[in-house]
Write a protein that binds this ligand. Structure first.
Ligand code: GUN
Ligand code: ZN
Length: 441
């Protein structure tokens, strides 16, 4: 991959929209910036400035190339706060809820990652799919195999992506060829951290699969790793399915609740991300808030596995950080646009609304905050890393027809969030450079 540092400044002209803050905190009006004819200036992989074309163009050096995307919309790259790359090959598996789905579909597929060539092949497929869907950062599960994470990071590095990933820790209640031991899990994670964490834009997450598949000793060693490497992430599942919750109770009878299993092993912090958290009690919410831990809301997965309806407004009211996750392969789409469309329906089923500007925030800056990366990515503040997408609101006949009937930015954005998917994404840029394009510029 080319070194972006050797690339001169470049300007991109289109309609430009980005979030400035959570609409829930500051109100809709102050939550975003929109430039109908805008310019985004990028240099050395970072944002230099954003604004109206008429203000910025006269200030640009004549040597700066201006790339025009006519009738297109530029937004920040999407941020997926929970996804499994090894499950790309078994997305859309029929008929089961969580525990049977894991045993019947997930574990057999994850066994195949003992083959390093297969792991590389899937990592490439997966990263291509993220780019096609405009996702520029993700928090990613590997498998129990150390090499699955090496392959993933190698491919992510070639594309200069800001990615977080980790090797699954799993030392019980799984097929024998998918388990590690507390010691081997610790050692393998440690050497992956030493090799990859903070290498370029890559970051590591200590990744116990979920409480039922780790012994207390394994969770203790996960906590030890986090103490030894305080800026490493912690990524796991929490309170997704009612049978799962009962199982955790029986496996850890001394814990107050599901989250307390992780808490007792020192796994809660501002760098901890828990997928799902659908059925939490008051005490669990309090601890999430006190420790500044984040939840990944994964609507397509929660509907697909029949897990339940995530109470977004209630969690936010309690001060808990929430990012969006696709959770592929339990989730049914790589698209954050489709994910926001399903999130809207999950809230409708609870008598709540999800405004399109809130959806934009959740899929970009809100995800960055959930990952404690909002000082680097999530919007077009100058100095941030230049990850962005070019969207075509006329991507399908239906979208074109419907958009012609839309009279406000909110209306257009809601159509984008409801009907949009990978067909809507024309170009994806990571660190200022194209990683996906439907045309040749
Ligand atoms: N809980 C434990 N493992 C998994 C997984 O792979 N996917 C989902 N959705 N939930 C899990
Ligand atoms: Zn998951």
């Amino acid at each position: 991959m080319n070194d972006p540092k050797t690339h001169p400044a470049k300007a991109f002209r289109a309609a430009i929209l980005h979030s400035l803050a959570n609409p829930t905190d500051v109100g809709l009006e102050d939550s975003y910036q929109y430039f109908e004819d805008g310019i985004l200036v990028v240099a050395d992989g970072h944002i230099v400035s954003v604004g109206y074309a008429e203000d910025i163009l006269p200030t640009l050096d004549a040597s700066i190339e201006v790339v025009e995307f006519k009738d297109k919309l530029i937004t920040p790259g999407f941020i997926d706060t929970h996804i499994h790359y090894p499950q790309t090959g078994m997305i859309a598996a029929y008929g089961e809820q969580l525990l049977d789905w894991l045993n019947n579909y997930t574990f057999p597929e994850e066994k195949r990652f003992a083959d390093t060539d297969y792991a590389r092949e899937v990592a490439i497929q997966f990263l291509d799919e993220l780019a096609r869907n405009g996702t520029t950062t993700a928090l990613v599960f590997g498998t129990v195999h150390k090499a699955s994470v090496d392959e993933f990071f190698q491919e992510a590095e070639k594309r200069n992506l800001r990615m977080i990933a980790g090797k699954v820790l799993m030392d019980r209640n799984a097929p024998e060829d998918l388990t590690d031991t507390p010691e081997s899990g610790y050692e393998d994670s440690k050497s992956l951290i030493e090799k990859w964490h903070n290498k370029g834009r890559l970051l590591y997450a200590v990744t116990p699969r979920f409480a039922p598949t780790s012994t207390s000793e394994q969770l203790r060693l996960a906590g030890k790793l986090l103490k030894e490497y305080p800026d490493v992430y912690m990524h796991t599942h929490l309170s997704e399915n009612l049978q799962e919750i009962e199982w955790v109770k029986s496996l850890f009878p001394d814990s107050k609740n599901y989250l307390d299993v992780y808490d007792q092993h020192n796994l809660l912090s501002s760098r901890s991300v828990f997928a799902h958290g659908i059925h939490l009690c008051e005490g669990e919410c309090t601890r999430l808030q006190e420790t500044d831990s984040a939840i990944a809301f994964c609507p397509t997965s929660n509907l697909f596995l029949g897990s339940g309806l995530f109470p977004l407004a209630e969690m936010e009211a309690k001060g808990i950080k929430v990012g969006m996750g696709t959770d592929v392969g339990a989730g049914t789409s790589f698209s954050l646009l489709q994910t926001m469309s399903e999130a809207y329906k999950v809230l409708q089923l609870q008598g709540k609304k999800l405004h399109p500007l809130k959806s934009l925030y959740q899929a970009t800056l809100g995800g960055a905050k959930a990952l404690s990366l909002d000082h680097m990515i999530g919007n077009f503040e100058s100095g941030k890393e230049a990850d962005f997408v070019v969207l075509d609101l006329h991507a399908t006949q239906l979208m074109k027809f419907r958009i012609e009937h839309a009279h406000s930015l909110e209306d257009k954005l809601f159509v984008l969030m409801t009907l949009g998917d990978d067909r809507t994404v024309c170009d994806t840029f990571s660190y200022g450079q194209s990683i996906y394009s439907t045309h040749h510029v």
